[in-house]
Design a protein around this ligand. Sequence first.
Ligand SMILES: C[S@@+](CC[C@H](N)C(=O)[O-])C[C@H]1O[C@@H](n2cnc3c(N)ncnc32)[C@H](O)[C@@H]1O
Length: 336
Amino acid sequence: MDLLIGNRRYTGSKKALLNDIYESITPFYKSKAVFADLFAGTGAVSAFMLAKGFSVIINDNLRSNYVAYQAWFGKGNFNFKKLKKIVSQFNSLDGEKLERNYFSDTYGGKYFSMTDAKKIGYLRDQIEKIKLTMREKNILLTSLMYTTDKIANTVGHFEHFLSKNPIDKGVVLRLPKIEKFTENIEIYNTDANKLIREITCDVAYIDPPYNARQYINFYHVLENLITWERPTDFEGTSMKFKRDHLKSDYSKSKAPIVFKDLIDNLKAKLIVVSYNNTYSAKSSASNNKITETQLLDILSKKGKVVVKEIKHKSFNSGKTNFKNHKEILYICRTNI
Ligand SMILES: C[S@@+](CC[C@H](N)C(=O)[O-])C[C@H]1O[C@@H](n2cnc3c(N)ncnc32)[C@H](O)[C@@H]1O
């Protein structure tokens, strides 16, 4: 079966809220407008808006997400028959017979069985060696990334691996189901606060991290797999590479300052902010970095704000009471 954009576990993914987000926009825009997804994560929100006829600007500061956007939405050519043949050859390989490599030496016996890790590392090297167009390369990388995530010995992200020994799950790639979009699509891999100084849009969708949990800590293994810079210096048993440059200000105490800077400099007619009400979480890492008062204060200087609450089941590490957990959309019609 073909791979779909939503076939990925991603903390804070808005897969379950696509209609709610769309409905918050439709009183103002139905299609043809420019929708900027500035903290796009999986890209599922952008894919939904593209299908509704919006043009899209899509961005995330993680390279692994950017490569996936290039696969799903990029402009370059690809030969599907050729990719099918490669994937079928890849899938028929026996990981046990392969030699140890960077990926298995780093993550084998931890996040993956040795056999699975050897195969992931081997396939990553092969993708570098085979003659491919840039789009074909991004499609194969995305396919490998989704499979790697799916078979990992984790609770759904790479903050830690599970204490039980990883079992062989098999590395089986699926090719993405790629839609043809006629709408305009711009793809970026940068800090949202930098990007908004360069673009204008009709609708800006803002879905930043809302607590101290850094996305690069959740997805460091996938980021390493995609960039393939193969660092050898790691922190702690969870094998996180040095990644200060990828840490988000939205997960630090300066979050209200960068959020204010973002909103103040944004050139958009409608701003939709996703945020969530984990204000009273028991674990300090789960507490919101920006309070609702700060958020409303910053947004209301830009225009008229309407608050829409949606009940939503979310990720938590067990320490937080999410009984009354709500996902909130702050919809601001700006004075621009
Ligand atoms: C809550 S998630 C977005 C989820 C997304 N809406 C979805 O449905 O998959 C927040 C995203 O913001 C990204 N991010 C964090 N800080 C950023 C920044 N300063 N600029 C751009 N992206 C950032 C993270 O890598 C993460 O993917």
